[in-house]
Design a protein around this ligand. Structure first.
Ligand code: ADP
Ligand code: MG
Length: 846
């Protein structure tokens, strides 16, 4: 990966012809001493054949076929580390020197020789020490002084000034030396830019359980209580290259020094694995060699102090974890989980390769899941055409590994089909000497063309002096031939230069193409983003619609609420008005009640008064009756004592002096009629004056009678019946009848004290009242009575000899005629059939 630099080369080539498949090599290690059966046979230098072991064949009933796998190159058991390096790693080292990146990883099951291939052992240095050696052999004389280049911690490089670099140099540790490769094996890259200055930086990381650990980090190791190492994270630099953030980058100036750093990391890895009880075969180790180069200044003495001119390329050497499945390691618990994760990252590598292959073969644009594991994420740029990718598939031919090896082979086969864009060569102007060389040769050598031009011979004089002139023509011919030769040379030189220019132009063309490609890619990305935007817009539209709908709903609800509130208000209003009405009605009722109460009290009082008045009237009436009786008694006495002929003067009875027990009438019911306020006893002779209206004449002829006979009366076949000519017969009092007559008679029947029915004829006069009605003043009562002769004599006897000296009935006849009671009846008043006739003295009919 390169730093920030305008000279950074485009990552991809446009056409397929400029793509390279991932270089997959196969290395078969020798069979171990204890293993006997071999399942791999190297058929040619590109093919191997797998044989299923005997046991497995038997199990599968001979169905199994022998399979062949082809690789870019197959390295048999006799292949040396040097040979392998020559074919596999050397081109990558050349690339890094020419500003191109490289990725080399070893893949295989545990014990297949991955570490042996990558690291090797003393005297059998692997690809890593050899790569380092070659780099230093190549750039050795052109290395920058230490600390001139300085990592900027953002995957880029800075150029330090001389003073700072010097200060940093003094802080450096002394480094030990270890040799792994014999001097005669040393190799060197060609075409190193002499006008640049170089520096090598190494990093060493380990990826375990999908965590990245920096193996070169300087942390004090506590052997008693070891602290678990801090993991690192991956970041993307401004050129979209992945790098391990905060990873230690050690500047090394020689192979020895680089080894030293590597071993330091190895040691740390070993210690950590032991302390944390890890299985080393389950971790991936990544050794990163970074080569920084920058052009020298015009003098060719110092590096140009311009960060933008710094070029960084890197070679990643990856020793992957064993590819075998988990079951084989018989791991348990957390170890099993870790193993799962490691297998997971290899699985992701396989998936990425598969997707890459599918995309390339089918022209699809599926997303490659680099991010699913740290290993693939870290190297994603390589697969995207950022550098050459090579894989050494290591296999152990032992039969035990057969099944796992089969899987390894399948993966290898698939990987080979993936093509990675070929990194572009940096244009190198080879026809001119480098600045360093120019400094040495300055002022000495003109260019070839100039030299040729200068050596161009002038034409000799071509005038022929005579026919025998043998000199001129041959001289001319010679000069012309010489000139022709020089011309030829110049043409050649021109052609060469033209070719060079052509290639440069082609290069630029391809640059342009790749730029176009890049633009195309960006366009694609833009399209994607556009699509995303469209989607988001759609989503926004949808949400807007939804929000509108919700707003509409809210509106409706608001309206409904308003309506309800209005309803509520009106109902409340109605309720209030009804309450008010109720209140009003209640108060009205109360007022009414009070009024009623008043009326009731009033009428009660009135009626009380009325009753009292009536009682009083009754009392008076009774008193009067009593008085009448007393008077009668007195008269009776007087008769008894003074003789019957004597005229009797009516006197006011003195109740106190001559009290006679009152004889009560046998009236069956109390008087139900309204009596007049005035209740006056009337005496025929000398009593209180009778009203002037009042006539009293029994004999007056031409009078008209109202003959009142209630229906209840019983016909007793009485002989003596009143003879009333022209009488109006009624059975109930009638005002109309009264108005036509001036006499009134009521035929009244009652049961006498002896059990006989007696009939009374109560007579009265009708007169007009001042109020326009009629009043009846009773004046006379005639009593008709039938008697059983036996009972009557007995009775008479007993009554004549009454012990109390009461007057006999027969003695009453005269008195009765002289006694009358005037009863004024008010017109329109209830005169029921049973109105009362009191026990006046009976008139015995002769
Ligand atoms: P891995 O890293 O794949 O687990 P190693 O590289 O540790 O395997 O190899 C296991 C053993 O096999 C080591 O002792 C190594 O020396 C030996 N070995 C592997 N490959 C070869 C080879 N090509 N030649 C000789 N010995 C080898
Ligand atoms: Mg190993």
């Amino acid at each position: 990966m390169k730093g920030k630099t305008p000279r950074r080369l485009p990552p991809k080539k446009a056409s397929n012809s400029q793509k390279d498949p991932v270089g997959v090599y196969c290395r078969v290690r020798p069979l171990g001493a204890e293993d006997e059966e071999c399942c791999i046979e190297v058929i040619s230098n590109t093919t191997i054949q797998l044989h299923a072991p005997d046991g497995l064949k038997a199990n599968r009933n001979g169905e199994f076929k022998e399979t062949q796998y082809s690789f870019k190159k197959v390295f048999g058991i006799k292949t040396t580390q040097g040979e392998l390096f020559e074919d596999v790693a050397k081109p990558l080292v050349e690339d890094i020197i020419h500003c191109k990146n490289g990725l080399l990883f070893t893949y295989g099951v545990t014990g297949s020789g991955k570490t042996h291939t990558m690291t090797g052992s003393p005297g059998q240095g692997g690809l890593l020490p050899r790569s380092l050696d070659m780099i230093f052999n190549s750039i050795g004389p052109y290395q920058a002084k230490r600390y001139v280049f300085k990592p900027d911690d953002k995957n880029g490089m800075e150029v330090q000034n001389q003073v700072d670099a010097l200060l940093d140099r003094q802080k450096r540790d002394i480094i030990k030396f270890a040799d792994m490769i014999s001097p005669e094996e040393a190799c060197k890259a060609d075409g190193v830019d002499e006008d640049s200055s170089y520096s090598v930086f190494v990093s060493y990381i380990e990826i375990y359980n999908n965590y990245i650990y920096d193996l070169l980090e300087e942390t004090p190791i506590d052997p008693i209580k070891p602290k678990p190492p801090q993991s690192k994270i991956l970041r993307e630099d401004q050129n979209h290259n992945m790098y391990v953030a905060g990873c230690t980058e050690v500047e090394v100036k020689s192979t020895e020094e680089a080894f030293e750093v590597f071993w330091r990391g190895q040691k740390k890895r070993r210690i950590a694995n032991t302390q944390l009880n890890r299985e080393s075969s389950r971790s991936h180790s990544v050794f990163i060699i970074k080569l920084a180069q920058a052009p020298l200044d015009a003098d060719g003495d110092n590096v140009l102090q311009d960060k933008n001119q710094v070029n960084v390329s890197q070679l990643c050497l990856v020793d992957l974890a064993g590819s075998e499945r988990t079951s084989r390691t018989r791991a348990e618990g957390s170890r099993l989980r870790e193993a799962g994760n490691i297998n997971q990252s290899l699985m992701t590598l396989r998936t990425c390769i598969e997707v890459l292959r599918e995309n390339q073969m089918c022209g699809t644009n599926k997303m490659v899941p680099y991010r699913d594991s740290k290993v693939t994420h870290l190297f994603k740029n390589y697969f995207d055409g950022e550098g050459k990718v090579r894989m050494v598939v290591c296999v152990n031919p032992k039969a035990d590994d057969y099944e796992e090896t089969l899987l390894v082979m399948r993966f290898a086969e698939m990987t080979q089909e993936v093509e990675v864009a070929r990194p572009v060569d940096r244009p190198i102007c080879g026809f001119a000497a480098g600045r360093r060389q120019r400094n040495q040769e300055r002022g000495e050598s003109p260019t070839v063309l100039n030299q040729l031009l200068q050596s161009f011979p002038p034409l000799p004089p071509c005038e022929i002096s005579g026919p025998n002139d043998d000199v001129t023509l041959p001289r001319l011919i010679e000069a012309l031939e010489k000139r022709h030769k020089i011309r030829q040379m110049m043409i050649e030189e021109y052609n060469k230069t033209a070719n060079m220019l052509k290639s440069v132009l082609q290069e630029q063309d391809s640059n342009l193409l790749s730029k176009e490609n890049f633009i195309q890619e960006q366009r694609g990305k833009l399209g994607e983003k556009d699509k995303m935007l469209q989607n988001q817009k759609n989503e926004i539209d949808r949400l807007e619609k939804k929000s509108k709908m919700l707003e509409y709903k809210i509106d409706i609800l608001q309206k409904t609420t308003n309506i309800y509130e209005e309803d509520k208000r009106s109902l409340q209003h109605e309720l209030e008005s009804r309450e008010q009405r109720l209140q009003r009605e209640m108060s009205e009722k109360r007022r009414m009640e009070a009024r009623m109460q008043g009326i009731v009290t009033d009428s009660k009082l009135k009626w009380e008064k009325e009753c009292e008045r009536r009682v009083n009237a009754k009392q008076l009436e009774m008193q009067n009756k009593l008085w009448v009786k007393d008077e009668k008694l007195k008269q009776l006495k007087a008769i008894v004592t003074e003789g019957k002929t004597e005229n009797r003067q009516p006197q006011r009875p003195s109740r106190e002096k001559d009290k006679v027990p009152a004889k009560r009438s046998a009236s069956p019911s109390p008087v139900p009629v309204r009596l007049t306020d005035i209740f006056q006893p009337v005496f025929n002779a000398t009593g209180p004056p009778v009203r002037p209206l009042h006539r009293r004449s029994h004999s007056a002829g031409g009078e008209r009678w109202v003959d009142h006979k209630p229906n209840t009366n019983v016909d007793l076949d009485t002989v003596l019946q009143p003879n009333l000519p022209n009488a109006i017969k009624v059975n109930a009092p009638s005002e109309k009848a009264l108005s036509k007559c001036d006499k009134y008679v009521l035929t009244h029947q009652e049961v006498a004290s002896d059990g006989e029915i007696q009939t009374k004829l109560i007579k009265g006069e009708v007169f007009k009242t001042r109020g326009g009605g009629q009043a009846v003043q009773f004046t006379d009562i005639e009593t008709l009575k039938q008697e059983n002769p036996v009972a009557a004599s007995r009775k008479r006897r007993s009554s004549e000899t009454g012990p109390d000296g009461e007057p006999k009935e027969g003695d009453w006849t005269d008195v009765e005629t002289r006694c009358s009671v005037a009863v004024e009846m008010r017109a329109g008043s209830n005169l029921g059939p049973g109105y009362q006739h009191h026990g006046y003295p009976k008139r015995r009919k002769p």
